[in-house]
Design a binder for this molecule. Sequence first.
Ligand code: PGA
Length: 253
Amino acid sequence: MRKNIIAGNWKMHTSLREGVALASALDKKIQKHEGNIEAGVIIAPPLTHLSLIKQVIKEERICLAAQNCSSEIKGAYTGEVSAKMLKSFGVNAVIIGHSERREYFNETDEILTKKVNLVLENDMKPIFCCGENLGQREEGTHFGVIKSQIQNALFHLPANDFSKLIIAYEPIWAIGTGVTASSEQAQEMHAFIRNVLKEKYGKEIAENISILYGGSMKPANAKELLAQTDVDGGLIGGASLDADDFFEIIKFA
Ligand code: PGA
């Protein structure tokens, strides 16, 4: 059966010292409540923090993720970090296709396909993000948009690779805006996504994939969102920068 997962996307926030303090505060909270926490916990700190944070958290409590990786294996790509490098210092998952990367760094479906492949080849989990913008939601094209984002970047994968993915539905209009999708809107889209996966990979795989919701999730709205049948956790930006808030959300999952 699929697992509930709460993942924190720190984006470009925190100094190294703040990041280490945040990760270690979270690890301590989880340790203290061990046995009562059912969800899997993931954090995606900035790249520069990963190796030090790895040393202050316990892998069995918190899984370490990166926010991005290169679409190339290796070579003369100044400033890039490869999936293999991430794996070599203990990263277990990589966020791929976040709307901020699609929008500000022109990441196309083709680039995302390459990244997903490299993450899987290096034995890490892709956390694949999809989401429509406000215009698409208002026009009513949001279901088609999400379906094509998933199809274009992921449907080349064989079933055993596909089953390693985590999917995050993040409506762009809800990210960092304080506006959350209603629990009905989230459930409706998550059920749609699961159906798209079922048509391609069959019921068993579709039922076992965790589909996270992202977009202004916080302690005040997490309980209701997480109570939806097809919402299997959250990808949390702002509220993941506060250990107390993030831990509150973890407790609901
Ligand atoms: P937010 O970000 O929780 O700050 O809206 C979510 C995300 O971008 O993953």
